[in-house]
Design a protein around this ligand. Structure first.
Ligand code: PMP
Length: 400
């Protein structure tokens, strides 16, 4: 270690930091924005006269489905307003395909493959593992999925069942797909198979903190491509109100929504309508949601700007990154396979960062990308964390 790095290293080590930037969780100040929900009174009957306390409305309160229709730009009949999380709806989609499928249950197939951008979201990879689905990785670039790689994958394999992606502020690298890109995905996927399933996890649909490229709603693009039957779009309020305590929505065409209803009928008699009503009182329409999300953006944006300031200081030959305009993550791609060394260096200085393994399907980690999740901690801690990140990176590069 050279003297200057050693001095800085000792100085930071002596601070005795204990900072966790492993997961994309909101800071408590963001959660406070929704505290009204904690004390809100809900009447027994909804506006349309449904008794919220009882079973019934298996696809969600009518008013909640209308809100989902407004958010996802799809007809109300094609919406399920559900509970808990979008991950659950995504999982239920896979489960229903596995057990029933459009025509053949996936469990009866000799092999199962799915296209998924990599690096990606660890819970998506977990779903693939659970259903013994091989991930066919495709890279992302600023406009979305690299179409040549997508076409290559389709040409090479005859057992691909669909694709799963995060089309807006993707996790972890922050891309927002262009309309052209999404239309191309529909075009080539549909030509490959009439049952090709397009799953869009729109967890960050309303989470812009800087001006973001125009994106036509996925439903509209899917309709234009005549793919709604095989398109599933999920989103939730986990990062609008409370993690796992909001409500979730899914939009799909008749075939897709019937599949979901089928599996959900076996496991859920009805969603939590009281929480749905509470949310409807608090966020009755898209405009209210957008205004609420501006308050989140005010808290989140300075944290991202701070990260950009630090990452811009790293020499160009260390690697590169792009600047997301929304979502919860920034990822840095190193020019050398030294991500695990940097994670170790950070940990030694008291900063826990997501291991690179989490961003890749099992066994496919090239060890050259790390994700920074800045939202959970305050600006002062983030400043310390970024000093550590930059020093840990410099040390790793100096020593290899
Ligand atoms: N999808 C993606 C891409 C995410 O990054 C996250 C949260 N990290 C989720 C889903 C989880 O959202 P939910 O609670 O709605 O499942």
């Amino acid at each position: 270690m050279n003297d200057s790095i050693l001095t800085q290293y000792t100085k930071l080590k002596n601070k005795g930091l204990n900072i966790d930037i492993t997961r994309g969780k909101p800071e408590s100040t963001q959660l406070d924005l929704s505290n009204t929900l904690l004390n809100s009174n809900v009447q027994a009957l909804s506006d349309s006269g449904v008794d919220l306390r009882n079973y019934g409305e298996p696809y969600g309160l009518d008013e909640a489905r209308s809100l989902g229709a407004e958010i996802l730009n799809a007809p109300k009949e094609n919406i399920i307003a559900a509970e808990q999380s979008s991950l659950l709806l995504t999982y239920q989609t896979f489960l229903s395909c596995f057990l029933f499928g459009f025509e053949t249950p996936w469990k009866n197939l000799k092999s199962r493959k799915f296209i998924c951008p990599v690096p990606g979201f660890d819970r998506h990879f977990k779903i693939f593992e659970d259903f013994d689905i091989e991930v066919i990785p495709v890279p992302l670039y600023e406009d979305g999925i690299e179409i040549d790689s997508f076409k290559d994958a389709l040409n090479k394999h005859d057992d691909i069942l669909g694709m799963l992606s995060v089309p807006r502020h993707s996790n972890p690298s922050g891309e927002t797909f262009s309309d052209e890109n999404i239309l191309d995905l529909f075009k080539y996927g549909k030509a490959y198979s009439k049952d090709f399933l397009f799953i869009f996890d729109n967890a960050y649909l309303v989470h812009d903190f800087l001006p973001t490229r125009e994106q036509t709603p996925i439903w509209v693009l899917s309709e234009k491509s005549k793919c709604t039957d095989t398109t599933v779009i999920a989103t939730s309020f986990s990062k609008v109100t409370f993690g796992g305590g909001g409500l979730s929505f899914v939009a799909s065409g008749t075939r897709g929504i019937e599949l979901l209803k089928r599996i959900r009928t076996s496991m859920i008699i009805c969603p939590d309508k009281i929480n749905q009503q509470r949310h409807l009182n608090f966020l009755p329409n898209l405009n209210a949601i957008k205004n609420h999300m501006k308050k989140h953006a005010d808290i989140v944006k300075p944290k991202f700007e701070l990260i950009y300031k630090y990452l811009d200081k790293l020499p160009n030959n260390y690697g590169s990154y792009s600047k997301p305009t929304g979502g919860y993550f920034v990822s840095y791609k190193f020019s050398k396979p030294i991500a695990s060394t940097i994670v170790k260096n950070c940990s030694d200085l008291g900063v826990e960062i997501t291991p690179a393994d989490a961003l890749f399907p099992k066994g496919k980690n090239p060890n050259n990308i790390l994700r920074i999740a800045p939202t959970y901690i305050d600006l002062e801690s983030l400043n310390n964390a970024m000093q550590v990140f930059n020093l840990a990176t410099t040390k790793a590069f100096e020593e290899t």
